[in-house]
Write a protein that binds this ligand. Structure first.
Ligand SMILES: *Cc1c(COP(=O)(O)O)cnc(C)c1O
Length: 389
């Protein structure tokens, strides 16, 4: 069945037209029960090659938590990317794909004992930390491992801040590096995270300034660091334009080049930027209602089964099927299918009125959607379908 979608020019500014076309073509060919997530492998491949290109001496480790679908990981593994993980579950999937331990790191500063044991048994050897307690855990389970300290940096420019939970200030970070050395771990470097969906280029400047200060303090204390892990945080487009990865990386690269030793090894851990804008969630309109002066649209993918980040402020772009009232748009409150009033995805979304049963596309929804989803209230977690490249 050929489906008609109300595609407008601005949609192709959010995700590339090529991805949109592949998605629409797929929807014409196949009938699949909604909701499901379509992932454009060509776009993933493009992003994987693009990220890190402007940062000398860099290696990329995909943050698995953004989307741990096994077929996506298999695809990224074929591209020979590294992986950043936090848990035994994530490690198990990578082991099933035969990813070598040299391509796995863990930047979770507080790791479970089960994970540490399992990581040790399969020779994963790079870990972040930000407490003496964590050093003791690693001494016990992964003696002699390579460690990098998590520095706290401002997260103001990001839409999904991560700074309150982790990270230490400069003096404490130095103490921890010295302590790790004393306990015969191998302190190799520094990490930070500017926050996810970081749209301010200067966040990396502040973070790199701080990392450089710590780098020199460590040097004065007899610890020669070699690794700078700049975390994740690269943004994607949801509804607005954002600073390009190329601009971020050129800036980061020039700061590193000016201030750090030339042979410094750089690790990058993007999650959202690798997979987010390659994914389009496909849902169905299951209801409409007028409540007071508000028009409500109910769809079969909501806060609990995929769009969790909407409650943290991420605003998606939607494309609806159908041609009714083509020119005329209404402002909608969009809600998920469950009976919980927390399940409201967005307000004031301008859309042409769809019919019940029409499809709705949610752009840039490949990251932090399925990995957050639950079957709350009996609504299914969207299946993931790869569009091959
Ligand atoms: C979540 C996370 C990432 C990935 O962040 P993005 O914003 O998705 O790029 C990288 N590193 C660590 C330590 C993380 O916790």
């Amino acid at each position: 069945m050929l489906r008609k979608f109300k595609v407008e020019k601005f949609h192709a500014d959010i995700i590339p037209e090529s991805t949109l076309l592949r998605v629409l073509k797929h929807l014409d060919k196949k009938h699949i029960e909604t909701p499901f997530l379509l992932v454009d492998c060509e776009k993933v491949r493009e992003k994987a090659f693009m990220i890190g290109r402007y940062i000398k001496n860099s290696k990329m480790f995909y943050a698995v938590k953004a989307n741990p679908d096994i077929e996506i990981l298999r695809f990224l593994n074929k591209l020979r990317l590294g992986f950043e993980i936090s848990s035994e579950g994530e490690l198990e999937i990578l082991l099933s794909l035969k990813v070598e331990p040299e391509r796995i790191i863990s930047s979770n500063p507080v790791k479970s004992l089960k994970f540490l044991k399992m990581a040790a048994s399969c020779n994963v050897n790079y870990f972040s930390f930000d407490s003496e307690e964590e050093v003791e855990k690693m001494v016990k389970y992964v003696p002699g491992c390579n460690v990098y300290v998590r520095l706290s940096v401002p997260n103001e420019g990001s839409e999904w801040p991560l700074s309150r939970k982790f990270g230490v200030e400069l003096d404490e970070a130095l103490t921890l590096l010295c302590y790790a050395k004393k306990r015969k771990l191998n302190p190799v470097g520094i990490t930070f995270h500017v926050g996810s969906q970081c749209t301010n280029v200067y966040s990396w400047n502040i973070a790199l300034d701080k990392a450089k200060a710590l780098w020199d303090m460590a040097d004065k204390n007899g610890i020669k660091l070699t690794l700078l892990n700049i975390g994740g945080g690269y943004p994607i487009k949801y509804t607005k334009n954002v600073v390009s990865i190329e601009a971020i990386e050129k800036n980061v690269n020039s700061l590193i080049y000016k201030r750090f030793p030339k042979d410094t090894e750089i690790h990058i851990e993007p999650g959202r930027a690798v997979i987010g804008d390659a994914g389009v969630l496909v849902g169905t309109v299951i209801g409409k209602a007028k409540r007071g002066d508000e028009d409500w649209l109910y769809i079969d993918v909501g806060v609990f089964n995929g769009l969790m980040e909407s409650v943290g402020g991420i605003k998606y772009t939607y494309i609806v099927e159908g041609y009714k009232n083509t020119k005329y748009k209404k402002m909608w409150t969009i809600a998920g299918p469950s009976c919980d009033s927390f399940d409201i995805i967005d307000n004031n979304v301008a859309l042409q009125e769809p019919e019940i049963g029409n499809l709705i596309l949610i752009l840039s929804s490949g990251a932090y959607t399925i990995s957050y989803a639950s079957e709350f209230n009996g609504f299914s977690i969207p299946k993931t379908i790869l569009i091959p490249n």
